[in-house]
Write a protein that binds this ligand. Structure first.
Ligand code: ADP
Length: 502
């Protein structure tokens, strides 16, 4: 039992027998420390120095009598002392008198140990209950104080966050915005929340997203939606939003953060320009070397003595052709990143374009003993308005990948259909497949999966980023469905109506 739970009792009585008897009986109560004083003056002296929550006080004593001592005790400041009066004149009057002066209880003389214990234990119980109530109250106050500090701490943190934060309710009205948000959007520092998100952000795409998240329409609690907000054509903000849900899953609204990525975008642009420039400079000399190697190899003919040189030169020719295709990919990519390949926009019948790709790559598939087929679900398809080279690049890359990442004797099927006003082209293979953890990453530049199947396949890791970039410029989307060991299907959906940039 710790000190705070020890109950100290003081017995003030001039009769030695009673005093010592009380001490003996009370010491047996668990957790009690008992002291005694032979008269009122000494008793008060002890109480001045030390706190005793329970005092047993004889009424009739020489010198200061019990009633006077009681009055003095009641005047003492600090925690409450429960006084139990011991009286030989147990009359109703004395009891009332003592109670009037603030005694807690009384016990008539003569009393036996059990009676004494009962009265004292009742007092001790009351003290314990009072202490518990005090503790609870203290705890409640502390929790309230903590909550208060927590609230102001969180609000200070949100205010000083370097990223913009905006919170909406489930009707899409702004309930909180921090200074960074106002700053990024060029809003007045004094602008207050309360209006619809569209009053603060002049961008339909962003507002649609915020409204959808606010209603918790589109995404699960764990998912995050992103949107790139471009202001005045030169300020790029990456926005990320999540719904705010209660523990029971009710939708409270949305929380959206905004980060300024303008410098990253500018760097990206500079990098693309640099890569485009370097690639361009390298392409002609490399093509010349490639051609000249071809000429030298041809001149060497079937010369048996020069077989080793021929091997070295043909390896060099292979490498230059790899470099030329890398340069081609880099140039395509930087053109896409700088806003499109809009050279030769025309009406393109996609079914015919696919037929020619399948014919052209058929030889490559045949070399691996693969079947490459095209199936058209329908007789006529509306033409697309686009640069045919861009479309060739998209489907050429996908079919080449299907051939590359499918083993000998595999099957590749290109199918085309119309789906809710969109042209749908699927390139399906029964090849190596792609593990889930790589699936999002393969659309990133230079990302290649290296495992025992793909280790020896050469490539640049730029094909799919080019495909994705082009499909997005065509206003469409690309989906991937793949299972390791079973195969892969890339599905491209393209709108027919849109006037395409590429
Ligand atoms: P590259 O083919 O030059 O490596 P891509 O960007 O075209 O670059 O493809 C990236 C990666 O995606 C490839 O390295 C390969 O691991 C994987 N991949 C692409 N297409 C397929 C496919 N049809 N089946 C299996 N893996 C594929």
């Amino acid at each position: 039992m710790d000190d705070s739970q020890t109950m100290k009792i003081l017995v003030i009585d001039d009769e030695q027998d009673i005093r010592e008897g009380c001490v003996r009986v009370l010491k047996r109560i668990k957790g009690c420390e008992v002291s005694s004083a032979p008269n009122g003056t000494e008793g008060l002296g002890v109480l001045q120095k030390e706190f005793f929550p329970v005092v047993l006080l004889d009424l009739k004593m020489p010198g200061l009598d019990g009633m006077e001592v009681l009055q003095e005790i009641k005047k003492m400041e600090g925690r409450e002392i429960l006084v139990i009066i011991i009286t030989g004149f147990a009359t109703v009057e004395t009891a009332i008198e003592a109670m009037k002066h603030g005694a807690y209880d009384f016990i008539p003389k003569p009393f036996d140990p059990t009676q004494l214990r009962i009265v004292v234990e009742r007092a001790l119980d009351k003290i314990r209950l009072t202490r518990e109530a005090e503790m609870l109250e203290l705890e409640r106050q502390k929790t309230l104080a903590d909550l208060d500090t927590e609230k102001s701490r969180i609000s200070a943190i949100v205010k000083s966050l370097p990223i913009g934060v905006v919170v909406t309710n489930n009707a899409g009205q702004v309930v909180l915005m921090n200074p960074s948000f106002k700053n990024l959007l060029g809003l007045d520092a004094g602008r207050v929340p309360g209006e619809d998100i569209s009053s603060y952000v002049p961008d339909q795409g962003f507002c649609d997203l915020v409204n959808e998240i606010s209603r918790c329409d589109v995404i699960e609690d764990s998912e995050e939606s992103t949107y790139e907000l471009v202001l005045d054509g030169n300020k790029f903000l990456m926005t990320r939003g999540r719904p705010v849900l209660t523990e029971s899953g009710d939708c409270l609204g949305a929380v959206v953060t905004l980060g300024d990525i303008s410098s990253i975008r500018i760097l990206d642009q500079l990098k693309s320009e640099f890569v485009a420039k370097v690639s361009h400079e390298l392409r002609s000399p490399l093509s010349t070397i490639h051609e000249q190697l071809g000429v030298v190899l041809k001149d060497m003919g079937e010369d048996v003595d020069a077989q080793e040189d021929q091997y070295i030169l043909s390896r060099a020719k292979e490498k230059t052709s790899g470099l030329i295709s890398l340069i081609g990919d880099l140039l395509d990519l930087s053109r896409i990143e700088s806003g499109g390949l809009a050279h030769n926009i025309q009406r393109v019948p996609l079914d015919e374009l696919l037929k020619s790709i399948v014919d052209f790559l058929g030889a490559r598939a045949k070399a691996k003993d693969q079947t490459l087929s095209l199936s058209l679900d329908g007789d006529s398809f509306p033409p697309l308005t686009a640069d045919p080279l861009a479309l060739e690049s998209v489907f050429g890359n996908l079919v080449t990948n299907a051939i590359n990442y499918t083993g000998e004797g595999g099957r590749i099927e290109v199918s085309m259909s119309m789906e809710s006003g969109l042209l749908r082209v699927a390139v399906a293979d029964n090849g190596y497949g792609i593990e889930e953890r790589h699936q999002a990453k393969i659309f990133e530049k230079f990302y290649r999966v290296k495992d025992e199947n793909t280790r020896f396949i050469t490539g640049t890791g730029l094909g799919l980023p080019i495909v994705k970039g082009l499909v997005e410029q065509l206003g469409g989307e690309i989906r991937l469905d793949s299972a390791p060991g079973k195969g892969t299907t890339f599905t491209v959906l393209l709108p027919v109506e849109k006037q395409h940039a590429v």
